[in-house]
Design a protein around this ligand. Structure first.
Ligand code: PLP
Length: 466
């Protein structure tokens, strides 16, 4: 965000040698700070009185110095008396840091991105204000690294009611989104001596990277139309697995009841741990979502949830329900990493949950995603009827199976030429397979109904075999 006048830095670090002429030094220090960008255009300089006091020099000397810099064009003085760095002050030494221009597609069907415009900013800021008014002063210090007792209690009640989870405040840990929850879990597992963790294939590439980062080998296990293949999982010999049962990322398959039972039996037989990414559970369209696996085997399952899809990724708030045997390690790691999630945000989330506003918001965005989902189905039916869509029961992405004869990479590249962002399933495979049937993972969470129609119409000919 740029503005002509930024907020003021009331203090500025200047070094003055009292044995040398003060005014020349002060001018030089300020010029250098402006040239190198340490003082940015629009920034307010300290008042002459304040700077004189801080440096222990006379106010007149500072006023003269500001007048000199004004005459050289480095600073301007506004009617109210503010002295600020002028917009076009010459900077030379510091090269400007400029983001490389990124070519964003005009319409991007990137999966995993929620409707960013739907963040309930007014509700959130009201909740923050409410918390700031009422939070006792002693809670402004460091809290329990596992999270606010209020949020853990409210959340445990919510997860028990809505996800049929077996939840209590004591087993709940608040983390910075799913990603940190996964890191804390994998770290705890590695500490307990585990060397491998099984992951879904195709699946989330990031969890393979995270596993490697804590020294675990990620072993891919195939996913079919029923979800993860539990016999193949058993054959790996791994004693931990990361799964997305509510809406598999990226195939969109919902783990069938038989597979759920088999997975829990596997964990019992292997003394294993299931890491349940409760991905997209909030957004089931055809019926209520199935309960979390964690509710069936709380001592075998770590449940990970997040506000990234329900509110916004920018909040970086998530939760974990931990089996007793991992709880201490997770909590201690959380303390070491960041001493706990931000207290005010935690209380604000607790307030939204407690007042029912969180669920009201979910109902609103669920309707919006349902409209976008319907638009995608309609647009493909109209423009590319030979493309079949799968994995639409929940969430805001689906897998499009392209007709024989079409190449996944070729379609993605040709669409990019028309500024339409498409994403192939190959990017989610443990090992890219150019011979695999062509599939696209179409995210529609952050694409409006009009853009869905426009985007599919723009690439319609690419989705038909010639
Ligand atoms: C498979 C999966 N699970 C969960 C998440 C949410 O992650 P976080 O809560 O860290 O934003 C994502 C984000 O895209 C994801 O791809």
């Amino acid at each position: 965000m740029t503005s002509e006048w930024t907020s003021s830095p009331r203090e500025v670090l200047l070094s003055i040698d009292r044995d040398r002429p003060l005014r020349a030094q002060l001018e030089r220090e300020l010029r250098d700070a402006i040239r190198t960008g340490r003082l940015a255009p629009g920034q307010r300089l300290p008042s002459s009185r304040g700077l004189a006091r801080d440096l222990g020099i006379s106010r007149g000397l500072v006023t003269e110095c500001y007048a000199q810099l004004r005459s050289e064009g480095y600073v301007v003085t506004r009617a109210g008396g503010d002295t600020r760095v002028s917009g076009d002050a010459g900077r030379s030494a510091a090269p400007a840091v400029v983001d490389a221009p990124r070519r964003r597609p005009r319409i991007d069907f990137r999966p995993g991105v929620p409707d960013l415009s739907s963040f309930p900013a007014t509700e959130w800021s009201r909740a923050v204000q409410h918390v700031c008014r009422l939070l006792p002063v002693e809670r402004h210090g460091y809290g329990d690294p596992a999270g606010s007792a209020v949020l853990r209690t409210v959340l445990a009640g919510y997860l028990g009611r809505v996800r049929a989870a077996c939840a209590g405040a004591a087993s709940t840990v608040i983390c910075s989104g799913y990603q940190q929850g996964l890191y804390l879990t994998l770290h705890a597992l590695a500490e307990r001596g585990l060397r491998t963790v099984a992951v879904e294939d195709p699946g989330d590439a990031e969890c393979r990277v995270l596993a490697a980062a804590v020294g675990l080998d990620a072993v891919p296990v195939p996913v079919d139309d029923d979800g993860i293949d539990v016999s193949a999982l058993d054959a790996t010999g791994a004693r931990a697995v990361i799964v997305t049962p509510a809406h598999q990322s990226p195939t969109g398959v919902v783990l069938t009841p038989a597979r759920r039972r088999a997975l829990i039996a596997w964990a019992g037989a292997r003394d294993g741990v299931i890491v349940e990414d409760d991905y997209d559970a909030e957004f089931r369209y055809d019926r209520s979502p199935v309960g979390a696996l964690q509710g069936l085997a709380p001592e075998r399952v770590v449940l990970l949830g997040s506000t990234s899809k329900s509110l916004a990724p920018a909040l970086r708030l998530g939760w974990m329900l931990c089996p007793a045997r991992l709880l201490d390690a997770v909590r201690e790691r959380k303390r070491l990493v960041d001493r706990g999630a931000p207290a005010i945000d935690q209380e604000a989330l607790a307030h939204l949950l407690d007042t029912g506003r969180y669920e009201r918001h979910l109902r609103t965005v669920r309707r919006r995603y349902a409209q976008r989902r319907a638009a995608l189905v309609e647009a493909l039916n109209r423009h590319a009827p030979r493309v079949s869509l799968h994995g639409l029961a929940a969430g805001f992405h689906a897998v499009a199976r392209l007709p024989d004869g079409l190449g996944e990479n070729a379609v993605v590249a040709a669409a990019a030429e028309r500024s339409i962002g498409l994403h192939g399933l190959n990017g989610f495979r443990a090992v890219s397979d150019p011979t695999a049937p062509a599939r696209l993972v179409l995210g529609f969470g952050n694409v409006t109904v009009d853009d869905i129609h426009d985007g599919i119409a723009t690439i319609a000919d690419l989705l038909r075999p010639s």
